[in-house]
Design a protein around this ligand. Structure first.
Ligand SMILES: NC(=O)c1ccc[n+]([C@@H]2O[C@H](COP(=O)([O-])OP(=O)(O)OC[C@H]3O[C@@H](n4cnc5c(N)ncnc54)[C@H](O)[C@@H]3O)[C@@H](O)[C@H]2O)c1
Length: 424
């Protein structure tokens, strides 16, 4: 593979290292027809998601990968070639730079696209993928602002109209102990649901310092977690899992959010807060007390507890399982579950639904949960009560920079200050 500097790519926008797409007429004659996979965003989760799809599905093949950085795409190809030699194309096809996604979407022989970039790009890329007639796997979160939410809704509706699939990376929706807990709650095991607590409290996260000579865009792209337009802040980027679970339990979006938070440990040039505490008011005056933080050394707790008139249901993150206790504290139900199985189930359901001619379209669900997280962030950042009506119908917040290129100058990040930061 040739080596080309990133600045060369900046000028050319995208370079194809090898355009040799493998087209097999034999595959077309087979039943079921081989599905050809492309991926946009070849980092940790992109590699994991592609591995999940190639592991759980037969009749699928990786044919092209796009990333801002060719080395990340090359690494994904290497990993997949080693793990699934029979499910990757003969030649590595890599598209680099900001237009790499377009090359994937314009390729007529790609059926299904995994969109696993940093979150800020998700709404536009998902919408463009649907417009291009591709089936989509979209990682969480779906959006980082109300403008992105509206783009997601348009993409959802377009996929329904076109008959293409969108499955999302909220894997807990497919984890057996989550499904079991919801079934128990719906069948009355804890009585009427009156409220819940949801926490994503964990340690610190990675930070990639600025290297001399980097433009603002180069720096922010590489250190994306620390910029709200790219990550949405911790409450959106990470804790959307808990918020999605709360929406599922409550069977609705919240009416309003009121909360607070701040930053104690973030690097000076990070925009992020490291703690949020939000009360979400759901219909029928049910309140979810939500908290998240990323503070090294502070206690970790990633869990959901749903309180009912007859008992409470604990739904733990990762592989912690679900349990129900009656009012006396006696455990009356328990179920284990594997997060790895859930990650793979997403890709099985997606491919099965395409083959069955009944494509799953679930982007609205992810968009709703992501906007609930955004609503909490907006409430905490501004110090105001923020309603679902405001974020869905009135907010003009659109964080994505116009005319983004590698040399873009982007405004210096400013961490929000409640009482000063405006609600827009
Ligand atoms: N479902 C889960 O449990 C789970 C777990 C981890 C991450 N994620 C999600 O996956 C996404 C990626 O996270 P990650 O941990 O893999 O981050 P990462 O930094 O390891 O990978 C992101 C990759 O996307 C590439 N990228 C960014 N913008 C791009 C663009 N415009 N075009 C092409 N490539 C682009 C980056 O260069 C990088 O290689 C995030 O949204 C994250 O929330 C989900």
């Amino acid at each position: 593979m040739a080596t080309v500097s990133r600045r060369t790519f900046a000028a050319a926008a995208t370079t194809i290292f090898s355009a040799a797409m493998v087209h097999s007429s034999r595959a077309a004659a087979e039943a079921p027809r081989e599905l050809r996979l492309g991926i946009i965003g070849c980092g940790g989760r992109g590699t994991g998601a592609m591995n999940d799809s190639l592991t759980i599905n037969s009749g699928v093949r990786l044919v092209a990968a796009a990333d801002l950085y060719a080395k990340n795409a090359a690494s994904l190809w290497k990993t997949m070639r080693a793990a699934h030699p029979d499910k990757v194309a003969a030649t590595d096809t890599i598209y680099e730079g900001f237009d790499g996604y377009r090359r994937i979407l314009d390729a007529p022989d790609i059926d299904l696209v995994l969109i696993t970039t940093s979150p800020g790009f998700r709404p536009a890329y998902t919408h463009a993928a649907v417009e291009a007639g591709k089936h989509v796997f979209a990682e969480k979160p779906g959006c980082v602002d109300p403008a992105g939410y509206r783009t997601c809704l348009a993409a959802h509706d377009a996929a329904v109209a076109k008959g293409t699939a969108i499955v999302c990376g909220t894997q807990y929706r497919r984890q057996v102990n989550y499904l079991g807990a919801i079934e128990q709650i719906r069948s009355g095991a804890i009585g009427d649901v009156i409220g819940a607590t949801a926490r994503y409290c964990a340690g610190g996260i990675w930070y990639r310092p600025r290297v001399e000579g980097m433009s603002d865009a180069e720096y922010q792209m590489n250190n994306w977690y620390h910029f709200v337009w790219l990550s949405g802040d911790q409450i959106v980027e990470q804790a959307v899992h808990n918020i999605d679970t709360m929406n599922w339990v409550m069977g609705a979006n919240p009416v309003s959010a009121f909360g607070s938070g701040g930053r104690f440990t973030r690097p000076d040039d990070s925009e992020l807060w490291d703690s949020f505490s939000i009360n979400y008011e759901y219909p029928d005056e049910r309140v979810v007390s939500f908290m998240c933080r990323q503070i090294p050394g502070a206690a970790a707790d990633v869990s959901n507890v749903v309180y009912g008139t007859k008992g409470e249901c604990h739904i733990g993150a990762s592989n912690a399982g679900s349990r129900i206790f009656d009012r006396s504290g006696k455990e009356i139900w328990e179920m284990k579950g594997s997060i790895s199985d859930a990650y793979r189930q997403e890709h099985k359901d997606l491919v099965d639904s395409i083959r069955a001619g009944k494509p799953i379209v679930e982007l609205r669900q992810l968009a709703d949960s992501s906007l609930v997280a955004v609503m909490g962030r907006m409430a905490a950042y501004t110090g105001q009560k923020v309603t679902w009506k405001f974020v869905t119908e009135e907010s003009q917040l659109d964080l994505f920079p116009k005319d983004l290129t590698w040399t873009s100058s982007l405004p210096s990040p400013q961490a929000a200050v409640p009482g000063k930061t405006k609600l827009v």
